[in-house]
Design a protein around this ligand. Structure first.
Ligand code: C5P
Length: 217
């Protein structure tokens, strides 16, 4: 079984995907990692993140192992990594170069220890529209920008990162705009996706709702 979960930043996709993967013994592919890896490598090599040729070259040479190794860098999940990822993700050549690696994962889905999984849960922006248009279930998880900023602001507070709510909200809006307005694979629900607005629900309520959908397939 293949499930895709797309939607804007901080809508609760990752939390939902991980819980579902655990319950249904499925492998999980957080596709934002491929863009974060390319963006971070550009930043670390002090190259311009808007340079198409450099970004394409890094994307073409990215391997799963390299992505996993970059993922332990402190800036992989920071604002620096997030911003660089969203800039390189708007470059069509970069998206093309990273497509096969994402699609190949579904051919032989395995867990981190190498054991076989019963399917894949993809999490991203275009996994139901481009990466896996033939998925068995497509979800589009969203929430208002204010609710998403509030969630991210709380995460920062818990981690001791000093930021105002207004700063967080403006970064979320900037990333939404870049994801929605880019010409290559803009963020939008697949025509056959189920849309879940999580603004007024807890992560547990969303999880239970989706479990009911999966169990009825
Ligand atoms: O989900 P995450 O915040 O890690 O993604 C980082 C960036 O990668 C996003 O802001 C988005 O621009 C890009 N992305 C994408 N397509 C995906 C996953 C992520 O364009 N499937």
């Amino acid at each position: 079984m293949i499930i895709t979960i797309d939607g804007p930043a901080s809508a609760g996709k990752g939390t939902l995907a991980k819980k579902l993967a655990e319950k249904y013994l499925m492998a999980y592919f957080d596709t934002g990692m491929v863009y974060r890896a390319v963006g971070l490598e550009l930043v670390l090599s002090e190259k311009d993140i808007y340079n198409t040729a450099d970004a394409k070259n890094i994307a073409e040479n990215l391997t799963f192992q390299k992505m996993m190794s970059l993922s332990s860098h402190p800036d992989f999940r920071s604002d620096i990594g997030g911003r660089a990822a969203s800039v390189v993700a708007a470059i069509p050549e970069v998206r093309n170069a990273l497509l096969k690696m994402q699609q190949d994962f579904a051919l032989n889905p395995v867990f981190a220890d190498g054991s076989q999984a019963s399917g894949v849960i993809y999490d991203g922006r275009d996994t139901g529209t481009v990466v896996c248009p033939h998925a068995d279930l497509k979800l589009f998880v969203t929430a208002s920008s204010e609710v998403r900023a509030e969630r991210r602001y709380k995460e920062f507070q818990e981690k001791g990162i000093v930021k105002t709510y207004e700063e967080v909200l403006s970064q979320i809006k900037e990333r939404d705009e870049r994801d929605e307005k880019r010409s290559a694979a803009p963020l939008k629900p697949a025509e056959d996706a189920i849309i879940l607005d999580t603004s007024n629900y807890t992560a547990q309520q969303v999880f239970e709702k989706v479990c009911k959908i999966i169990d009825s397939l």
